[in-house]
Design a protein around this ligand. Structure first.
Ligand SMILES: C[S@@+](CC[C@H](N)C(=O)[O-])C[C@H]1O[C@@H](n2cnc3c(N)ncnc32)[C@H](O)[C@@H]1O
Length: 242
């Protein structure tokens, strides 16, 4: 059974205050890059894996998606998604991505933002997603970059010249890693980029685009604290097709 950290009171309270929780997609630095990887969603049948507050589900409907299914493990996250208001074209359901089953060939776009690093068995999930897509369908996702997740000890290190550097250790040791982010003992699953991309290929996908997120100079000018994201990639963005 997956860890359901988003339903823990302390974690949820902290997560609710993040920019992406308050401002939605516009508060997520990687959203413009993700958006550029999406097909025109007009008329598409969409599923959002780990939909959280449902920001993408609503964006997809506003941009013409025929129907959107938002799935999440956390009842608290789903309650906030539902509270954003009813839409006959959106349904939110509880699901564990580690045990997910979806009807075959029933979606045109599978989307997932920053949920897959909580999934233990991505090979299983990618197989499920491949079968759930209609031929030619898109799977677009972001996940925490394994270099960002790699330090077994938290955070930045100051080198001998006083520069902030990112310590990467045990990169090739895959599996669960416990971190303290918003709460103690948050479990994420570390995988190399090779493992993730090979799992997609083995599931039968064609890789269309892979991006290691970096903020643009315009984004850094508007939010100078984003400059530290140039030291190491925080997110891995991937677009594949069935
Ligand atoms: C970082 S939040 C991202 C939420 C949303 N996709 C966004 O980008 O704003 C990660 C989400 O994944 C969900 N999640 C984590 N593990 C999950 C699992 N095993 N099955 C389904 N959802 C999961 C969490 O409950 C949370 O809502």
């Amino acid at each position: 059974m997956a860890q359901n950290i988003y339903d823990r009171e302390d974690f949820f309270a902290g997560y609710s205050q993040l920019g992406r929780s308050v401002e939605g997609l516009e508060g997520a630095a990687e959203w413009p890059a993700m958006r550029a990887m999406l097909p025109d969603v007009g008329g598409l049948r969409v599923v959002d894996l780990g939909c959280g507050f449902g920001w993408f589900c609503r964006w997809a409907r506003e941009h013409g998606a025929a129907q959107v299914l938002g799935l999440d493990l956390s009842e608290k996250m789903l309650a906030r998604a539902r509270a954003a208001g009813p839409d006959a074209g959106i349904s939110y359901e509880t699901a564990d991505l580690d045990r997910l089953s979806l009807p075959e060939a029933s979606f045109d776009l599978v989307y997932s933002s920053l949920a897959l690093h909580y999934v233990e068995d991505v090979s299983r999930l990618f197989g499920t997603v491949h079968r759930a897509l209609a031929p030619g369908g898109h799977f677009v996702f972001s996940t925490e970059h394994p270099i960002f997740m790699a330090p077994t000890k938290p955070g930045w290190v100051i080198d001998s010249e006083g520069r902030k550097t990112w310590p990467v250790d045990q990169y090739l040791v895959e599996g669960p890693r416990s971190t303290d982010w918003l709460a103690k003992g948050v479990v994420k699953h570390h995988r190399t980029i090779g493992t993730t991309l090979n799992a997609l290929l083995q599931a039968g996908f064609t890789i269309a685009h892979v991006e290691e997120f970096r903020p643009t100079s315009e984004q850094i000018a508007a939010k100078p604290e984003l400059a530290e994201e140039l030291e190491r990639p925080m997110f891995l963005l991937v677009s594949v097709r069935r």
